[in-house]
Design a protein around this ligand. Structure first.
Ligand SMILES: [Zn+2]
Length: 433
């Protein structure tokens, strides 16, 4: 006997009906607001384009005007300015190249996520008529389908309308090949690589075959050596270990530097900054070690790095104040540079996380105008924000506690404080270890 269907309470039904109606209304309002935001982003980027029109250094001036405006909006919204700059470009694209999509968003027929699908795939079509045809078909579909369903449909339409063959598109797509890292939790990180599918699959195949060969080795109990240790690694772990080995110690097969660089490319060693609290270095604590001051790593790894490997840059910090006690003695550079890099931890533009090794040391008060080369007048700035400060009206002023007051061209003021909010004074005495 099947159970009788449950009887729902009428009041619960009423609550649910109201919630669904309110959610539909929220979705409609969000779509309208998003369309309004796109229009404002586009208005802002048009100012940047207008300011650099007909200038001899148009490309660079346009980029600087754009960065300055992106930073202005970023500080106002508490957004990363790179994110703002991307949104500015996308907004202009929507207004200029996808008018029907923007209209559908403003009329709340589709959502911002549908819009992203249409724009991301539609930009592949350079021909205006082809793009308009793509747009009208996909917008119509998006009005009645989920985001995933719309994406699948849009891919099929794109394939049909695309003027280029897959070979021609691959030649273009291959230009986007790159390698990047993402931090993970628990002291881990990911390395990503984007390249042609054949090459990536070949790399994976080679790692797999090498890993299988290692796992096929005879087990130690069948060997005579009493010191042999059984390799208990899973195949995933062996593949990862092999890849690390190849990248950290390998020599590229094609090396154009063999005549100019002693040892060629194979002689170049990895370089990262490890920040280790003194108690952790001494083995009395397991806390607080990090790479570049932002990716936590485990204490054993940190101590192993401290113990040897001259290519690692070492920064030992005070356990309580976080002040810098010692820096590497292997790669001598002016003490003040190392001090500023250790204090700043990352680029000092508000919201930017570029690590010090990717930063310039900037004189907050311009050196040419009498600014001293001292820790209280120097700070880490990545290339993007260094040029923002030197090429646009943005200004930066450092206070004695190391905080930096930024002032935007429109007069908005924002303060960036150093990562460790202690007074930074270099230790006069040598470190106790
Ligand atoms: Zn920066």
């Amino acid at each position: 006997m099947p159970d009788r269907p449950p009887v729902f309470d009428d009041r619960e039904d009423a609550v649910l009906t109201d919630a669904v109606a309110a959610l539909v209304e929220s979705e409609r309002a969000l779509a309208e607001l998003e369309a309004a935001r796109v229009v404002q982003f586009a208005a802002a980027i048009r100012v940047a384009l207008e300011r650099s029109r007909n200038r001899p250094r148009a490309v660079q001036e346009r980029e600087m005007a754009l960065r300055s405006i992106a930073a202005e909006i970023g500080v106002a919204l508490r957004w990363n300015d790179r994110t703002v700059q991307r949104r500015l470009g996308e907004a202009l694209q929507l207004v200029d190249d996808f008018p029907a999509t923007l209209r559908a968003l403003a009329e709340a027929r589709i959502s911002a996520r549908h819009v992203a699908v249409i724009r991301d795939l539609g930009v592949e079509l350079e021909d205006r008529a082809a793009r308009a045809s793509f747009e009208s078909r996909v917008v119509e579909r998006a009005a009645t389908d989920t985001v995933a369903g719309t994406r699948a449909f849009a891919r099929a339409v794109l394939e049909e309308l695309h003027p280029l063959s897959i070979s021609e598109r691959f030649a273009h797509a291959e230009q986007q090949r790159r390698v990047w890292i993402d931090d993970d939790v628990d002291g881990m990180a990911r390395l990503g690589v984007l390249d042609g599918a054949a090459k990536i699959r070949a790399m994976y195949d080679r790692l797999t075959r090498q890993a299988r060969a290692i796992r096929a080795l005879p087990r130690p109990e069948s060997m005579d050596d009493p010191d042999a240790v059984e390799d208990r690694r899973a195949i995933d772990q062996v593949r990862a270990d092999l890849l690390c080995d190849l990248v950290l110690t390998g020599q590229p097969a094609i090396d154009a530097t063999t005549d100019t660089l002693p040892g060629g490319l194979g002689a170049i060693r990895a370089h990262v900054s490890v920040v280790v609290p003194a108690l952790t270095a001494a083995g009395a604590s397991d806390r607080g070690a990090s790479i570049d001051g932002q990716s936590p790593i485990d204490a054993d790894t940190a101590r192993r790095l401290l113990a040897g490997a001259p290519a690692w840059e070492r920064v030992v910090t005070h356990p309580v104040t976080g002040a810098v006690l010692a820096v590497d003695r292997y790669r001598p550079s002016p003490a003040i540079q190392r001090f500023v890099r250790a204090r700043d931890v990352h680029c000092r533009f508000p919201g930017c996380r570029q690590p010090p090794r990717r930063c310039d040391l900037d004189h907050n008060h311009d050196h040419a105008r009498g600014g001293p080369t001292a820790a209280d007048n120097l700070s880490c700035l990545c290339t993007r924000h260094h040029t923002l400060k030197t090429e646009t009206p943005w200004t930066a002023r450092q206070r004695p506690d190391g905080s930096i007051q930024w002032t935007s061209p429109l007069g908005r003021s924002v303060t960036d404080r150093p990562e460790r909010s202690v007074a930074f004074a270099p230790e006069p005495d040598p470190p106790p270890f």
